[in-house]
Design a protein around this ligand. Sequence first.
Ligand code: NAD
Ligand code: UDP
Length: 315
Amino acid sequence: MRSTAVVAGGAGFIGYAFVSRLLNEGFHVIIVDNLATGTHRNVNDLLQEDYCEFVEHDVCESLAISGPVDYVVNLACPASPVDFSRIPVEIMRVCSEGTYNLLELALHKRADFLQASTSEIYGDPEVHPQHEDYTGNVNIAGPRAVYDEGKRYAETLIHTYHREFDMPMHIARIFNTYGPRMRPDDGRVVSNFCVQALTGQPLTLYGDGEQTRSFCYVDDLVEGLFRLMTSELAGPFNMGNSVETSVKELADKVIELSGSSSEIEHRPLLHPDDPKRRRPALDRVREALGYEPTTDLTTGLTQTLEWFRQVVSEQ
Ligand code: NAD
Ligand code: UDP
């Protein structure tokens, strides 16, 4: 008997890769997405496969799905810092009302719940690397808080359903993930730098470029998410790559790998509370799930540049 997964946010960047994996593993997948930041292209490509359906729906409204459901996966949420100021209320609503509606669906169907949480729940961390027990440093009044606090609220709500109703839950705290199918105008650093390098525009480096992130290739993340979803473990588990890179080093690497003659242009930080350092502690997830990313930055960026070359040539 085929397992059925409802994947909210399945039309997005990670959604495309995760739904592809589920279909390859023999799942029946029902994508629920309002295409706020997801794409018709992703949906159309996924619908070429058997056992894939698409429901265009805003998860802030309650949803009814017919038939049995074994897993509810919550990837629905705009994730680019550009969106934190562009659509702040929508972000708070999808994290709160959207997560509530998806939890109610899972409860009704007696399904497992997988949540795409985030390293942003640690805010601008005072502890390095970030371990799952660290409770974070979020500026609740800052512009990033709509996302950070929204995701924190979502985790708490999921824990509550787990305690109150014994709902099987799985929480992944995802660190910066990149790869093919990112949107060229998404606004996050990897997509910006790749498109800028390929079109000969200056790479926009915010702040002094010394801030760090740990960039994870999407296939490595999907492996972790799949292992977690099909396990009996609740987490939360950090998921990402533990190799830390400064944003300046990333800019240099994108220029080198793309063979671009673009220069680097310094710009002010988008938000004052831009995290200064970020790296996941992976010991817990390694031990529990055998999770170990295998794609290095050069390999991952090469694949990503390939994708953006195609996108840019179509524009
Ligand atoms: P994305 O913007 O490509 O995907 C988000 C998807 O959610 C889109 O398809 C969008 O249309 C959909 N969506 C948004 N609001 C919705 C709503 N109200 N109803 C239905 N669908 C809605 O971003 P992504 O990078 O693929 O992120 C997927 C998930 O992973 C998000 O929850 C994000 O917070 C989380 N995450 C991503 C990263 C990362 O580095 N990519 C890091 C941490 C957490
Ligand atoms: N950044 C940058 N140039 C850009 C976009 C982002 O220098 O064009 C920086 C940003 O200030 C942050 C880092 O790159 O320090 C990662 O930003 P991103 O938006 O990808 O995600 P974040 O980790 O901040 O959520």
